[in-house]
Ligand binder design. Structure first.
Ligand code: ADP
Ligand code: MG
Length: 389
């Protein structure tokens, strides 16, 4: 965990002046419900303990100066003269969230910001949402603007859509903004309603394994899958006119009418429809403390993502297969968009050491480099960090 003192110190060194206020927003891992968010469906992520910390103080003018300790880079922009979007630079996320907040009616002041994160970038733990939500919360707070958490999450998503150019769903930002310690969040991505579900980790813990690869295919395939889902909805509407998103299609509907879809579209739809059903069952399993059932649903989710949605890759499949061979692993699946990134695993505490060493040895044998293994409890959502913390 980042020491609040070091961020504060970096702030003083760079910007001098008075005492900054500190804010922190977490990364997240999705337990189940993959590629369902942009179909209006359900996801079941949890905030992790790692997060992005921001030291912030308001300025008298309309400029925002932002420094990333991780990148050793300082940037500056003007709230009244928005820069060109999609420059492919890290502060696209910061300026993007600032502009989205302004567009939503928040009266922002200029500010100095120092950002430091222990969420690894690009590992599928959503360092980008942690950056948007932490800086968004900081900018609003030092401006004296009150912004609801859901609104903050939406502003973060808008930053990705408009400034960064990633057409992500709402899961990452909503989890970062609304996470609850010791709980997973069942999110209805249509209504944006979140339900906190206790996650009992006395015996079984959540472990993330990062393949440390990201294949080129990721963003083009993401857009293709979204288009496949839209095509599926369009075709299904001929027989089910009330359907506006795959969320409205049941497993039985698809069994009955799937025949009217081209083969590839049918498989894409089958993944989303069955994944939605699995996610709701998984929420029930977690609530009942039944990790075995939760694990079963995770294995099934992986198979569906691999075979029907076709967004897995050799590295992710290998991690899941190796995990399946370790005694004490209740479930494992790829998490995040796919084509690299991480897997999420449910591992019995007594098997943790064996799990870590087997995964590392076997994966390294296959791919020539070790994965990174993280254990995380469910952390809390974005908040102001008080001096004593
Ligand atoms: P993920 O969200 O899965 O970690 P993304 O590609 O969506 O991966 O976001 C990673 C990008 O977010 C980085 O390349 C960088 O531009 C930005 N970012 C995240 N954290 C920081 C940080 N602490 N400082 C500067 N930029 C950051
Ligand atoms: Mg991201």
């Amino acid at each position: 965990m980042i020491d609040a003192g070091t961020v504060r110190e970096a702030f003083r060194e760079l910007f001098g002046g008075g005492e900054p206020r500190l804010f922190r927003a977490p990364g997240r891992v999705n337990l189940i419900g993959e590629h369902t968010d942009y179909n209006g469906g359900f996801v079941l992520p949890m905030a992790i303990e790692r997060g992005t910390t921001v030291a912030a103080a308001p300025r008298e003018d309309r400029r925002v100066r932002a420094h990333s300790v991780n990148l050793g880079s300082t940037a500056e922009f003007d709230l009244d003269r928005p820069g060109r979007p999609r420059r492919g630079v890290w502060f696209d996320y910061v300026e993007g969230v600032a502009q989205a907040l302004v567009r939503r009616g928040a009266r922002l002041r200029g500010a100095d910001l120092v950002v430091e994160s222990d969420v690894p970038a690009g590992a599928g733990l959503s360092s980008s949402a942690a950056l948007e939500v932490s800086t968004g919360m900081a900018l609003a707070a030092v401006s004296g603007a009150s912004v609801e958490r859901v609104e903050l999450a939406l502003a973060g998503q808008e930053a990705e859509h408009t400034y960064v150019g990633t057409m992500c769903g709402i899961m990452d930002q909503l989890t970062s903004a609304c996470g609850r310690e010791g709980h997973a969040l069942l999110i209805d991505c249509r209504s944006l309603e979140t339900t906190a579900i206790p996650l009992d980790t006395t015996e079984t813990v959540v472990v993330v394994c990062d393949t440390r690869v990201k294949h080129e295919l990721a963003s083009s395939a993401y857009n293709e899958r979204r288009a496949d889902c839209e095509r599926g909805v369009e075709l299904l509407r001929h027989v089910l006119p009330a359907v506006t998103a795959l969320r409205d299609v049941s497993v039985e509907d698809l069994q009955r009418y799937g025949g009217c879809l081209p083969e590839i579209i049918r498989r894409r739809c089958r993944h989303v429809v069955t994944e939605n059903a699995r996610t709701l069952r998984a929420a029930g399993a977690l609530r009942a403390g039944c990790m075995e059932e939760m694990g079963r649903l995770m294995w099934q989710s992986h198979e569906s993502l691999r075979d029907d949605y076709e967004v897995s890759c050799a590295e992710l499949d290998a991690l899941v297969e190796i995990a399946a061979g370790v005694e004490g692993v209740a479930g494992a699946r790829m998490t995040g968009g796919g084509f690299g990134g991480s897997t999420v695993n449910l591992v019995s505490r007594r098997a943790l050491r064996e799990f870590g060493s087997t995964i590392t040895t076997e994966f390294t044998k296959l791919f020539g480099h070790a994965p990174v293994v993280y254990v995380s409890e469910a952390g809390g959502g974005a908040k102001e960090v008080m001096n004593a913390e």
